[in-house]
Design a protein around this ligand. Structure first.
Ligand code: SF4
Length: 406
């Protein structure tokens, strides 16, 4: 059995690697590039940053970079329709490539302004319930918050979701199994009638924990290669035995007869050549009900990491198509980065709710479930209800009818 170092850490913030080291520490440029760090990405920090950019803009109203920064921060901080309008005006005629990218996002938001906001429901929720993770992945795209809510607060959020009509909850992290009260949250949500899936690295999975998780609609485990080297390309940890540990978690599910495992593979430039072999490995495990291949996306990665890991979607599509032909009876889902634009409604470990675009740094605060109602959060103009409805199915096809059984 491989040795596991049960590291409980906050992964290094991946964007740091791409920071511009020439800017003056504490300047507007520096505060802007650091705004997605876990202890900064909250309304108070963004409000302060907004005031600083407004002052810079008052001194130089035509400065394109200031206009771009202000537009971006306005969109990221609980944006109202008036904020979206102002962001659009700030970017009118921009010559900056990043400004044009943001303009396209704003145009898409504007096209949706006719969509009704009242009476909408969020049926599927992702919850990054803890920021602790035993891994430190290359370009981790999880938006971490520095604060950790209590068990009572978590139960209060579950009650809000149940009352609202949420049907599916995905508990993720970091690694939710590194947060001791997780089992109570799973039990509370299940008792409230919500289907619960758990997204774990599998690093600390044991037969006892699996027995406690028997009511889950699915258990998600990662596998990104058939060799330790390919595994390390994206998902990595200081443990040299990581690859063996991930396979061991799958074997454990096989042994105890847990049949609702969903394997997540993040396809990138360094493991695409192994995708066929990964499929064979995944489907050799009787516990696996669903395989999801995520196209690696560089939303939080430095330019160097993007260059190293970005994968051509057409190439990936073709690889998955041929695997599907060989495994026609298996549920294989391809989640392309562009299709995940504004698809997530994610709660962070602080209770803050965010959604993401598919471009760099496109993370948007929508509210906080400790203080806001879900209905208020659903009025945010940035939300795309069609995208939210389109998302990757939460429950494996084989487990979608009838109560879960192990
Ligand atoms: S396992 Fe997930 S949360 Fe942890 S570092 Fe990797 S991508 Fe980030």
């Amino acid at each position: 059995m491989p040795t596991r170092h049960h590291l409980a850490i906050l992964p290094t913030h991946p964007l740091r690697a791409g920071y511009d080291r020439t800017v003056e520490p504490g300047s507007v440029a520096d505060r802007f590039q650091r705004r997605l760090e876990p202890d900064r990405f909250h309304p108070a920090y963004l409000r302060d940053l907004t005031s600083r950019i407004e002052r810079a803009l008052a001194a130089a109203p035509d400065d394109e970079l200031s206009r771009y920064r202000l537009a971006f921060v306005l969109l990221q901080n609980n944006a109202t329709a008036a904020d979206v309008d102002r962001a659009a005006r700030l970017l009118t005629g921009t010559s900056l490539p990043q400004g044009r990218r943001l303009t396209r996002l704003i145009d898409a938001i504007s096209l949706r302004t006719e969509q009704p906001r009242v009476g909408r429901r969020v049926t599927r929720v992702n919850w990054s319930i803890t920021n602790r993770c035993p891994m430190s992945c290359q370009g981790c795209y999880n938006p971490f918050a520095a604060e950790q809510i209590s068990l009572d607060q978590a139960k209060g959020i579950v009650d809000k979701l149940a009352e609202h009509g949420t049907t599916d909850l995905v508990l993720a992290g970091g690694d939710p199994l590194l947060w001791p009260p997780i089992h109570q949250v799973v039990d509370h949500a299940t008792a409230a009638g919500i289907r619960v899936a758990l997204d774990t690295t599998g690093y600390t999975l044991t037969a006892d924990k699996l027995a406690r998780l028997s009511a889950l609609s699915s258990l998600r485990l990662p596998l990104d290669g058939v060799t330790a080297e390919a595994q390390r390309a994206f998902r990595r940890s200081p443990d040299r035995n990581l690859h063996a540990a991930l396979l061991e978690s799958l074997r454990l599910c096989d042994q105890v007869g847990f049949t609702r495992v969903r394997v997540h593979t993040v396809a990138n430039a360094k493991n695409l050549h192994q995708l066929d072999a990964i499929a064979e490995e995944v489907f050799s495990h009787p516990s696996v009900a669903q395989w999801v291949v995520f196209q690696w996306w560089g939303r939080r990665a430095s330019p160097a990491t993007v260059r190293a890991l970005a994968v051509d979607p057409a190439e990936l599509r073709s690889a998955v198509r041929s695997i599907r032909q060989r495994h026609p009876d298996r549920e294989i889902i391809l989640a392309e980065a562009a299709e995940r634009e504004l698809l997530n409604w994610m709660i962070q470990s602080s209770g803050q709710v965010v959604t993401f675009g598919s471009g760099p740094e496109e993370e948007f605060i929508l509210g906080n479930l400790l203080t806001d109602s879900i209905e208020t959060i659903l009025t945010r103009p940035i939300l795309d209800f069609d995208a939210m409805a389109r998302g990757v199915p939460v429950t494996p096809r084989s487990a979608r009818s009838g109560p879960p059984s192990t």
